[in-house]
Design a binder for this molecule. Structure first.
Ligand SMILES: [Zn+2]
Length: 310
């Protein structure tokens, strides 16, 4: 789903894996919580547009960990913000190991105190987390997380945060391509959401669980016409949760088939190349190593959909 001024993200098809990556990455142990009720740290205020915390009943507080800054409302018991900073730093490292690190990438998490304020900040109630690129170029990407996700199952949180970190890395990489200005000509929605589903599933050992759930949701739609092409941004933002979830499954399947064909490294280079449009054809980057035969991929994808719809 694409929101004005930002990338948005929705993760719905998450199982309950064992998070194999609970240990914080090296150098990510400094935690600096502010006093309760204190004004937001200057560094946090510098990073976050005021609109994202407007209407909060208490001033936001900040907790920091190397590679991750968390700004939060009263979302849970004491210690939870530190745990969230830990989870955020681990998710960024996890996403970077598979998708590729981006030197300037810094995860900034905002946790509104209620679902209403989450919806106010992001413009959606359906997503579990949304990574926004503020139109004001003084600010970098900000990831807004729904408070019940932070309070809930830590394995689901790990998957949601890793999904958002893939968006963060992909977008910061794109911004790099134009000397810091955020580009709007990113890869198509199915590539961005499919890759953001693929990476956490693989990193957290969820591949077979995701495949099983995708197969069920695609089978459930067997009476509908076979999709002519990959899911659009509109399909990925459908208001019906089943339609939206299936669109994410279809996007994941397309990326899964792509990676099976060309390998993850080349699939990532292909995604990156969308933001360097010098060699863009109708089917995206077409030159050299970053070329992908999209019609052939589409045919394989439709054949898999047909098998799963039987
Ligand atoms: Zn997403």
């Amino acid at each position: 789903m694409l929101l004005a001024g930002g990338l948005s993200a929705l993760t719905g098809c998450v199982a309950h894996p064992a998070d194999r990556d609970r240990a914080a990455p090296p150098g990510a142990t400094a935690i600096l919580p502010t006093a309760p009720g204190a004004a937001v740290e200057a560094s946090a205020a510098d990073r976050i547009p005021a609109a994202y915390t407007r209407g909060w009943p208490h001033p936001p507080r900040a907790t920091r960990r190397s590679g991750c800054l968390v700004v939060f409302g009263p979302v849970g018991p004491a210690g939870r913000p530190q745990a969230l900073a830990h989870a955020g730093a681990a998710a960024l490292a996890r996403a970077g190991r598979l998708w590729g690190t981006v030197p300037r990438a810094r995860l900034v998490l905002v946790v509104p105190p209620s679902r209403r304020l989450f919806a106010q900040a992001t413009g959606t109630t359906a997503a579990t987390a949304v990574t926004l690129v503020p139109t004001d170029t003084r600010y970098g990407p900000v990831t807004v997380v729904r408070p019940d996700i932070v309070r809930g199952d830590p394995d689901v949180l790990a998957s949601v945060l890793t999904h958002e970190c893939v968006h963060l890395l992909a977008d910061v990489g794109a911004a790099h391509a134009t000397d810091g200005r955020v580009r709007r000509d990113l890869a198509p929605a199915w590539v961005r959401e499919g890759m953001a589903e693929y990476v956490p599933a693989r990193a957290l050992g969820l591949g077979s669980a995701l495949r099983a759930s995708a197969r069920r949701s695609i089978h459930a739609a067997r009476t509908r016409p076979l999709p002519a092409s990959f899911p659009t941004a509109a399909a990925l933002a459908a208001t019906d949760p089943h339609d939206r979830s299936r669109a994410y499954d279809e996007a994941w399947l397309a990326v899964d088939l792509l990676v099976a064909q060309v390998g993850l490294g080349r699939a990532v280079r292909w995604q990156r190349a969308w933001s360097q449009p010098s060699d863009l054809g109708n089917d995206g980057p077409s030159a050299g190593d970053s070329a992908v035969d999209l019609p052939a991929l589409r045919a394989r994808w439709q054949a898999q959909l047909r098998r799963w719809r039987r």
